[in-house]
Design a protein around this ligand. Sequence first.
Ligand SMILES: [Zn+2]
Ligand SMILES: [Zn+2]
Length: 144
Amino acid sequence: MELLQKLTRRQLDALQVIQEIESPERGARLGDIASRLKITSPSTLTHLTALEKLNLVERYRGKTRMTPTGAGCLLEYQRHHRIVERMFAKVGYPSDRICDAAREVDLSIDHATVERICQAEGHPDVCPHGEPIPRCPEKKQGRN
Ligand SMILES: [Zn+2]
Ligand SMILES: [Zn+2]
């Protein structure tokens, strides 16, 4: 099972919030993460514990920091989400529906399928909303 496939939507949301609010030295406080997620601290802690087991965050004295693996995981997620958005745009989804539609599948779709869509789309650089798509491994080795 691939890393993204092991994550729930809530765990991913928590990881994104940590990236947004952590300070390099001190990390993110539990209460701040919880209030951004609009859930209780105990449920937030459950998500953080799961993320820690996957080595995506580390916790120290109540503060949470993202690990390099966590940062890589978020890039991989952006790649999945934005490539899948290209696919939904291609089959005619209106632009205000594309993001929600992509969120329904972007965690469960596997890398191989994402690479196929990327190839079929001609290795796009941006999603339909103009957000940059992190590079695909194939493009790194091959042309360009
Ligand atoms: Zn989106
Ligand atoms: Zn987008």
